[in-house]
Design a protein around this ligand. Structure first.
Ligand code: SAJ
Length: 403
């Protein structure tokens, strides 16, 4: 039996996927409300294919509880925030999850950590806890790689990395994941698995920073960055990502800081990339002011910000570029309050938030597309009379303003 500890964005789909492939799973979370919701037939966030997977897992007998279980294997999938001041990983939840597992784990059990951690975290924070308990426990790191918006597909198809102290234990864990994962599963040591995960997200951050820098250079030089990237990417060894209003989410905007925090002085390109991407919301504000002048728009209250989530078609607002932008906007746009709308955010989280596309559009003369949700793509015709600032390059009307 496998006890999945932490039923959030990663733990829940993983637990459901394993259960629906015949593995006996008990999912544990200390959040009583969350467990209650899962016990009462509902998932806790929106994700393509998650509800269907949930039904299959429930039919297969998955259980949800706040209690930690006696199991052969534990999968820890808890958040790993980063300490904003020192730019290092905050391993509090991982350490807590491991401790909870160790309280009940039998001798010889395996603890798999799926949460993203900086290289060395297991040595520094997890091994001392295992030592304290004095039990023979196998430690494994199997970092998650699934992308919000396509998690279920990626769980099934992505390659995986498994880091273990003991190769045979690694092979045993590989067998478990292979019950549903159709990708290649590579077994290596723990330190390599930790580093590989952070390196992957950092690679993407640097690539996006390059695209964002190109966007600024092309604006200055009067060139079309999107056409340039499209043509450059026809080269067989070039693959530049897409400029955008900033990098949000709990992964790409966080993980590179682990390397900057742990290797100051060495992680130079990584630090610059972070600064460029973190500077994008400010750049968007600057572009809004420019466009308002150009279009002779004076009333900031008639500017509408479309999209609050960190990217398209998810309901996740962690490190969202729009929220970062709104925080800075008041001073920059001399106090006026913009209108805001996102179809995925039902609760009121910012001022002047609308809950319906049409009423939002009625209230604005200019719309800033911060997120390319399918909803706005389908309703693009409704924007015909507006001044449009499209930070995602999804609108092909003539006269549309871009980054
Ligand atoms: N973004 C751009 N331009 C792009 C791509 C993304 O501006 O060309 C922005 C997005 O709008 C978003 C942010 O970057 O604000 C991050 O989005 P994302 O879709 O690139 O990635 P995440 O954070 O949703 O998921 C990433 C993935 N990592 C990689 O692709 C290397 C995923 O596979 C990981 O599992 C996830 O991080 C994680 O949990 O670590």
């Amino acid at each position: 039996m496998v006890n999945v500890i932490g039923l959030g964005y990663i733990g829940l789909p993983t637990a459901l996927m394993m259960a629906s492939h015949g593995i006996e799973i008990i999912g544990t979370d200390y959040n009583k409300e969350l467990v209650k919701t899962l016990q009462h037939g509902h998932t806790t966030f929106k994700e393509k294919g998650l509800d269907e997977l949930y039904k299959k897992a429930v039919d297969a007998g998955i259980l949800f509880t706040t209690e930690y279980q006696i199991a052969d294997m534990y999968i820890i999938s808890v958040p790993t925030p980063y300490d904003k001041k020192f730019k290092t990983v905050d391993a509090r939840y991982v350490a807590g999850g491991v401790e909870d597992a160790l309280e009940v784990a039998p001798e010889g059990a395996t603890i798999v950590i799926e949460s993203t951690i900086s290289p060395g975290t297991i040595d520094k924070y997890v091994r001392p806890i295992v030592k304290k308990f004095g039990k023979q426990i196998n430690l494994v790191h199997s970092p998650e790689r699934i992308i919000p918006g396509n998690m279920v597909f990626e769980l099934l198809h992505n390659n995986r990395t498994i880091g273990a102290d003991d190769f045979l234990v690694g092979e045993k864990v590989k067998e478990l994941y292979a019950s549903f994962c159709q990708g290649t599963i590579t077994v290596t040591n723990i330190r390599t698995a930790e580093m590989t995960k952070v390196v992957e997200n950092t690679f993407r951050d640097i690539n996006i920073a390059y695209a964002n820098e190109l966007a600024k250079i092309c604006r200055e030089g009067g060139m079309d960055v999107y056409e340039i990237i499209r043509i450059a990417n026809q080269h067989p060894r070039v693959n530049i990502l897409t400029p955008g209003p900033g990098v949000g989410g709990h992964c790409i905007s966080v993980d590179p800081w682990f390397l900057v925090g742990d290797y100051p002085g060495l992680a130079n390109i990584i630090l610059q990339a972070r600064k460029i991407n973190d500077g994008m919301p400010r750049y968007v504000i600057h572009r809004i002011s420019e466009i308002m002048k150009e279009e002779n728009l004076k009333d900031v209250k008639r500017v509408g910000i479309y999209g609050l989530t960190y990217k398209e078609n998810v309901d996740d607002i962690r490190e969202s570029p729009t929220l970062q932008m709104l925080q800075r906007m008041d001073d920059a746009l001399s106090g006026g309050l913009v209108q805001v709308y996102d179809p995925f955010i039902e609760k009121d989280i910012v001022e002047n938030q609308h809950h319906n596309l049409d009423s939002f559009l009625e209230a604005v003369d200019m719309i800033v597309i911060m997120v390319g949700h399918d909803e706005i793509k389908k309703n693009m015709d409704k924007l015909k009379e507006k001044v449009i600032f499209d930070t995602r390059n999804i609108c092909d009307f003539s006269g549309v303003h871009r980054l």
